[in-house]
Design a protein around this ligand. Structure first.
Ligand code: NAP
Length: 319
């Protein structure tokens, strides 16, 4: 089968499109014929060697959707022919076939496309964990999704809106702001404007946001701290560098900065997250948005795009 392989850490060009032997399912494992692969920023950090210790060579990616081809001994929940998506794999998602543990496979509801299925494992699970498990946001609260045009941001907007929160979304382009509005934001703001947090303050009636889901903390954390309401929670989801903050800003507001990594979620938490995601797909409140589909062999270009271009939903690779 064809797969993307990384033999050395480095820029996107270290990813090669190669022939490799197809994996076979062992006990408790599910073999999936992959129809779509989700590209996530973390895939680029792992490929570069800056995040997570991976043994070389490897096939990147954790998020795939497709059809079960075979199951290993003891697998009870899946049969050949089932439509599924993954939240992690054993052999890597950037391939024509991938192997995962039974707990990493989830039924993909009929109404969802494979490209949408490949957009769930990291983005929707991250957004769910940030809003509900870390911020413990409540219906009626003001939620600022600080980066609402990308894979996790669109998911956060849809989840918060469906749960009855008031949502402000930010994006760096007109197209991204239109997407955030269409997907459920009550208000949108341009995060490329220096005064955009003044606009957030105005939209919250001067109270500030109860919850900020933050995708670029190294740029925004200091201003986030000045823009939260009393008891406000900032969830640091994305951060690509350092920033100086004034901790005093958190004192008068009883403010909270909450870090989060999806990789810290327990099996029980992940089960809960994916149960909610599948329910949201079934009832139509969750609708992953695909900005771009590219052939699997163009993984190098996809990695350039996800880090260098303005976001619009998900980038998906098709084997
Ligand atoms: P993505 O699809 O590339 O989206 C990036 C988002 O960041 C876009 O909405 C982009 O908006 C926005 N952005 C750009 N400049 C910004 C600014 N100055 N202020 C606020 N937002 C800004 O990436 P993603 O998959 O959504 O992931 C977003 C971040 O979360 C990444 O850094 C990723 O590594 C991280 N992440 C962390 C976890 C975790 O477990 N902690 C899990 C998943 C993802 P425009 O392009 O419209 O400007």
């Amino acid at each position: 089968m064809k797969a993307i392989r990384v033999h050395e850490f480095g820029p996107p060009e270290v990813m090669k499109f190669e022939d490799v032997e197809a994996p076979r399912p062992g006990p408790g494992q599910v073999l999936i014929s992959v129809k779509a692969v989700g590209v996530n920023p973390v895939d680029t950090y792992i490929r570069a060697g800056s995040y997570g210790a991976r043994a070389l060579p490897f096939t990147p990616g954790s998020d795939a959707a497709g059809v079960v081809e075979a199951t290993g001994e003891g697998v009870k929940g899946f049969s050949p022919g089932d439509r599924v998506y993954t939240s992690g794999t054993i052999t890597g998602a950037y391939a024509e076939k991938t192997l995962c543990k039974e707990a990493q496979a989830h039924k993909l509801p009929e109404g969802a496309t494979f490209a949408q299925g490949a957009s769930l494992g990291v983005p929707f699970a991250t957004a769910y964990r940030a809003i509900f498990q870390r911020a413990k946001a409540l219906p009626g609260e003001m939620v600022l999704v600080h980066g609402a045009s990308g894979g996790v941001g669109v998911a956060a907007v849809q989840l918060a809106r469906a749960a009855g929160m008031k949502v402000i979304g930010t994006a760096g382009t007109e197209r991204g702001r239109a997407l955030a509005l269409k997907e459920g934001a009550h208000y949108v703001v341009d995060h490329t404007r220096a005064d955009h947090m003044d606009e957030v303050m105005r939209l919250t009636g001067g109270n500030g946001a109860d919850v900020i889901i933050e995708f670029l903390a190294n740029v925004n954390l200091a201003s986030d701290l000045k823009t939260i309401a009393k008891g406000g929670r900032i969830v640091v989801v994305g951060c690509r560098g350092k920033i100086e903050i004034d901790p005093r800003e958190s004192m008068g507001r009883d403010g909270n900065i909450l870090g989060m990594s999806l990789f810290n979620a327990t099996e029980k938490e992940l089960f809960s997250i994916h149960s909610a995601i599948v329910a949201g797909l079934e009832n139509g409140t969750l609708r992953p948005i695909i900005g771009r589909e590219m052939p699997l062999k163009d993984a190098q270009a996809a990695h350039h795009a996800i880090l260098e271009e303005r976001a619009y939903g998900k980038i998906v690779l098709v084997p």
